[in-house]
Design a protein around this ligand. Structure first.
Ligand code: IVH
Length: 669
């Protein structure tokens, strides 16, 4: 075959293969057996092997060929990729419709679409070729994931539209791919993905496109960014057009003439969502007419012409097999439900806090009960109620014990508190928790001294009090299990470094009741030395704006204890710093006072009150730095709704986790 013939044949094969691929992956209607596709693909590969100059960018052989990348380039979105406001019930949908008609009774048509739970992406075509694929990122700047997106077979590498076109949609992992991927991961002893969304996002953020290629991802396209196809008048026409161009659109969309029709659609899919082969987390409702869309316009974060109806939190049923008690640092004894492991909203739940006995009564929860479990804010597992109908008579009512499960001393219920407390100051469980608190990030921040090591040291009788931490010896540490030369050296170094911490860290670490890290900072700034604070009386303390009566009383009470004075003397002797060092660096005043100063923060999940960008900006303005992934260096995770693997990882690493409300409180302080 000469060059000319080869070129013709290659072109012919490419067209055929692209057609077969379109029929298979986009239309779901293959016209030829797989073997025929494979045979033609092999022929093309051979031809391209012989005449490499014939390889084109959009050749089906080029879907998986990409070399691993060093990192992802940033991509600017000329038209921002916005998010959507939420509606949680039918009334909020009716309110949305009323806003859309400007409070009139004018009829207005909507398009309803399934809200696919994956990763929003943008695809750009120039001269009919797929040139760039990007993540949404913060809406303005995303990451270039072209080589990974090329591996998704339902994304056409070329289209019959030469005008520049940027089109948007949701890349996702179908249930089937998700299940087999997790099965394989588990077989390899790897951590499975929490849900298909994390799996899709994780796959598309791989630097090696071969990995993405092996993950069987798919995509539905639902909108346009930049596109001058002005002859179209409505979103529904756009969807049709997108489909005609060869893109995969979700077939379940529906044009609804009234909001009641929208509500029927929503109700239908709420019941049917589990019969789909992919995950959806709600319904997106869009005003159909494009002029009307334009008139309605945008808020800073989202269009006024669209809204996302979120399905209520998933509730599942399981058995409560036992109730376990945990004794906290302050002696509060908390009952925790032990559950028959069950999957809820993408993760396996085995335990859930029951908070206190009153709540157990209120929810009428008994050991052995069938219970309803959900994730509050889709994050924290919660026992909603028991299912009394399912009782066999063998269930046992639960009563909190009179004695501390750890030290056996009597539990008391303090005035105005629902919680029971162990007030034995020498209770081992409390001491242990107190030590864990002392070394934690916001306190003395001793790296390498996590919960597990503390428990180990405690059990080996190497530490009982805070001061003991500073007396640990190399030889005794080396004798411990899993402690090599290197980790012992690192640990001793970290302990030594912590001696130089500014006063507020020590103050917070002592675990004085009602004194959080913010109050500790205020006290350190005001009193400058531990000695001054030890000598302070109620009036001195109350004179400070941020210190209320309860805090003042607690401080005075704490420092009046002989044991405390002795502990502080010991710490002085061990050369633990007891003065306020302030910040050496010159910074804006607001940075000084902020809880975010010097902290490494990670944002995850969906937030209602801030866009990612806003949250990042405000945290940074207060001296924190925001990074993309959770590691040992992370100080704080802000978890919005539907937080996934970052949440799990943060939990595993013992990183402090806040919800959006807490973030708002801190930012507005
Ligand atoms: S429209 C400005 N349609 O939901 C309009 N979004 O918060 C933006 N999503 O980031 C999106 N399915 O990742 C739209 N049929 C659909 C969708 C959809 C899933 C996601 C998308 C977006 C988020 C909205």
């Amino acid at each position: 075959m000469d060059q000319q013939q080869a070129q013709e044949r290659a072109k012919n094969l490419r067209e055929l293969l692209n057609q077969y691929s379109y029929e298979y992956h986009v239309l779901d209607k293959p016209s030829v057996p797989d073997a025929e596709y494979d045979e033609k693909l092999r022929e093309l590969q051979d031809l391209e092997g012989e005449f490499p100059e014939l390889i084109t960018e959009d050749s089906p052989t080029q879907r998986v060929g990409g070399e691993p990348l060093e990192g992802f380039q940033k991509v600017q979105h000329n038209v921002p990729m916005l998010s959507l406001g939420n509606a949680f019930n039918h009334q909020e949908l009716r309110d949305f419709a009323r806003r859309a008609t400007g409070g009139t009774d004018e009829p207005i048509a909507f398009v309803c679409e399934l809200k696919i739970d994956g990763l929003a992406v943008s695809l750009t075509y120039e001269n009919g070729k797929f040139v760039r694929g990007a993540t949404r990122g913060d809406g303005t700047t995303g990451e270039d994931i072209t080589s990974n997106l090329r591996t998704i077979r339902s994304i056409p590498l070329s289209i019959k539209e030469t005008e520049r076109l940027e089109i948007r949609g949701e890349a996702f992992m179908p249930h089937k791919s998700f299940l087999s991927l997790n099965e394989a991961k588990e077989e390899n002893g790897e951590e499975p993905f929490a849900n298909p969304r994390n799996a899709a996002a994780g796959s598309l953020r791989q630097l090696n496109p071969k990995i993405a290629a092996s993950r069987n991802l798919d995509i539905f396209l639902y909108g346009v960014g930049e596109w001058e196809a002005s002859e179209l008048e409505s979103h529904s026409e756009r969807l049709e057009r997108i489909k005609q161009l060869g893109f995969k659109t979700n077939p379940q969309w529906k044009k609804c003439e009234t909001i009641e029709e929208v509500i029927d659609y929503v109700t239908h899919w709420e019941a049917e969502r589990n019969n789909l082969s992919y995950e959806i987390d709600g319904i997106v409702i869009k005003v159909d007419n494009l002029d009307q869309q334009e008139e309605l316009g945008y808020t800073a974060k989202s269009p006024r012409w669209a809204i996302a109806y979120k399905f209520p939190a998933e509730e599942v049923i399981t058995t409560l097999t036992d109730i376990e008690l945990n004794v906290g640092r302050t002696g509060v004894v908390t009952p925790t439900a032990i559950l028959e492991p069950v999957r809820v909203a993408g993760t396996t739940v085995k335990r859930a806090s029951l908070h206190n006995e009153d709540l157990i009564r209120e929810k009428d929860i008994r050991i052995g009960d069938t219970v309803v479990v959900k994730k509050a804010g889709d994050i924290i597992p919660e026992v909603v109620r028991s299912v009394a109908d399912k009782r066999t008579g063998k269930e046992e009512e639960y009563h909190m014990p009179d004695a501390c499960p750890d030290c056996g001393s009597e539990l008391v219920r303090l005035e105005e508190e629902v919680a029971l407390r162990c007030i034995n100051p020498n209770c081992p469980a409390q001491l242990k928790e107190g030590l864990i608190h002392f070394v934690s990030r916001n306190a003395m921040n001793i790296d390498g001294l996590g919960e597990k090591v503390i428990i180990q040291l405690f059990q080996e009788n190497l530490i009982h009090t805070i001061a003991d931490i500073y007396r640990l010896k190399r030889e005794e540490l080396l004798e411990l299990e899993r402690m090599g030369e290197k980790s012992v050296s690192n640990l001793l170094e970290a302990i030594n470094v912590s001696k130089g911490n500014s006063l507020e860290k020590l103050l917070f670490g002592l675990g004085i009741r009602f004194i959080g890290s913010k109050a500790a900072k205020t006290l350190a700034e005001e009193f400058e030395t531990m000695e001054n604070l030890q000598n302070a009386v109620d009036e001195d303390l109350i004179a400070i704006d941020e210190i209320g009566d309860k805090m003042a009383d607690s401080i005075v009470q704490y420092f009046s204890e002989e044991k405390v004075a002795a502990l502080l003397d010991e710490l002085r002797e061990l050369e633990v710093n007891m003065t306020y060092l302030g910040r050496k660096r010159k910074t804006a005043e607001n940075e000084e006072a902020s809880v975010f100063a010097g902290k490494t923060v990670v944002l995850t999940g969906k937030m209602e009150r801030y866009t990612r960008d806003e949250a990042k900006e405000q945290i940074e303005a207060q001296g924190g730095s925001v990074t993309g992934s959770v590691s040992k260096k992370t100080d704080l995770l802000i978890a919005g709704e539907d937080a996934g693997s970052k949440y799990d990882k943060a939990e595993k690493l013992g990183v402090e986790i806040w919800d959006e409300e807490k973030l708002q409180e801190a930012l507005e302080r």
